[in-house]
Design a protein around this ligand. Structure first.
Ligand code: FEO
Length: 394
């Protein structure tokens, strides 16, 4: 990716990671980008960097505009390695003595990551930095999604550099919302569901805070994916909707299967749900990545989980998914468990216990079928689907 001029004297000097397909366990079918921003004013400022292996590309991009030594200030909005991994190389090029602005937690975390005695300038929430004709306001956004996270707001241009927030894992030459259109929204939704969902209450508070401050945005520039310039309000509104976790008349039936028995049950439950007008889909855990399933869970009212009993326990992929979902803390869901078994049949209760521990309201004692479901068992599955459907529309 070449530098992209995003406003007068402001450039995205980041890189596209076209081939990444697994971002710490999250599938990225269209790759991602690590955006970094260069602002030319009386002082020249670099906001964020890129993954370590892309340091040369970042430095090359900067060099197409200015000599990196001309950078006066570096800002680190977030410590995670996809944005800080090339800081050591960048600081070496820019000059180790140059001020490095970050949150207080950012200083701690950058020190832990790199063990360098850089010229840290930890900033307070609301602190301003004049860079000439422009002013940068720092906004702490602790736990969105790391303790060190912060935003940098360019006051005069009304541009928000929002770190991970409002991002999407998407690599493309189109750098703006108006060039991509609504096809970007599923990527933004997946990003939210898998990275930010557990911080929903903080997001609602932050949006309220920003609304009270009457901040205006000409552009929102996240560190991943496209930049929002045509309609920044669109992604803010989407975040409010997703953070509220208002559900649709929708159910996700997630399961794994050994000899297709739990699979047959899942499909029959979906049949029952669909008969009630509920949007429903069976999702087998060895066919769907957990991150795609979580994206579907985000706006579903019901989450129904099935597992065969294996060695007195859950099928491993089901355990994996339940652990993953628990960490993301979905709210306002109802749920149920099902599964086939041979002789002991613990899986259904184990799932139920896990769902309960996530405050998912269990609306059925659970459905177990021994070995292979017969017509009567499949009818019971359809009835379970209908029951859940009625609870959804209730
Ligand atoms: Fe894109 Fe939290 O790093």
């Amino acid at each position: 990716m070449k530098p992209v001029k995003i406003a007068k004297d402001i450039y995205d000097v980041g890189v596209n990671d076209w081939n990444i397909r697994d971002f710490h366990g999250y599938t990225t079918d269209l790759g991602t980008s690590y955006n970094a921003f260069l602002i030319l004013d009386k002082k020249t400022v670099l906001i964020d960097t890129v993954k370590a292996e892309f340091a040369d590309q970042l430095i090359d991009n900067i060099s197409k505009i200015i000599d990196p030594k001309q950078i006066d200030y570096v800002i680190s909005n977030h410590t995670e390695m996809d944005h800080s991994g090339s800081l050591p190389r960048v600081m070496h090029k820019v000059g180790e003595e140059k001020p490095l602005f970050c949150s207080k937690m950012g200083q701690k975390n950058l020190s832990r990551h790199f063990g360098q005695k850089w010229n840290y300038r930890p900033v307070e929430n609301g602190e301003e930095l004049s860079i000439g004709s422009r002013t940068i306001t720092f906004m702490e956004t602790r736990m969105l999604h790391w303790p060190d996270s912060m935003f940098s707001y360019l006051k005069e241009d009304k541009i928000l550099f929002s770190s991970d927030a409002f991002g999407q894992h998407y690599a493309g030459h189109e750098k703006f919302d108006d060039l991509v259109g609504d096809t970007i929204m599923p990527h933004a939704k997946k990003y939210f569901a898998n990275i930010l969902l557990l911080y929903s209450p903080l997001i609602l508070k932050l949006v309220e805070h920003v609304t009270n401050l009457k901040l205006e945005f000409n552009m929102i520039c996240p560190d991943h994916g496209i930049l929002w310039r045509k309609d920044p309000g669109k992604i803010i509104n989407a975040y409010v909707k997703w953070s509220r976790q208002d559900a649709k008349n929708k159910a996700v039936v997630v399961y794994d299967t050994m000899w297709h028995s739990t699979e047959k049950m899942a499909e029959a439950i979906v049949e029952g749900l669909s008969g009630q007008g509920i949007e429903a889909r069976p999702m087998q855990l060895r066919k769907w990545n957990r991150s795609d399933i979580m994206t579907e869970v985000l706006d579903a009212k019901a989450i129904i989980v099935g597992s065969p009993t294996l060695n007195n326990g859950l099928f491993p992929t089901v355990s994996d998914f339940l652990t993953y979902m628990k960490g993301l803390k979905p709210k306002n869901k109802i749920g149920a468990a099902f599964g086939s078994y041979g002789w002991s049949g613990e899986a259904v209760n184990l799932i139920k216990n896990e769902l309960e521990s996530m405050n998912i309201e269990i609306i059925d004692p659970g459905l177990k079928v021994q070995y292979v479901p017969d017509n009567q068992s499949l009818e019971a599955c359809i009835e379970l689907g209908k029951k859940i459907g009625k609870a959804i529309t209730g």
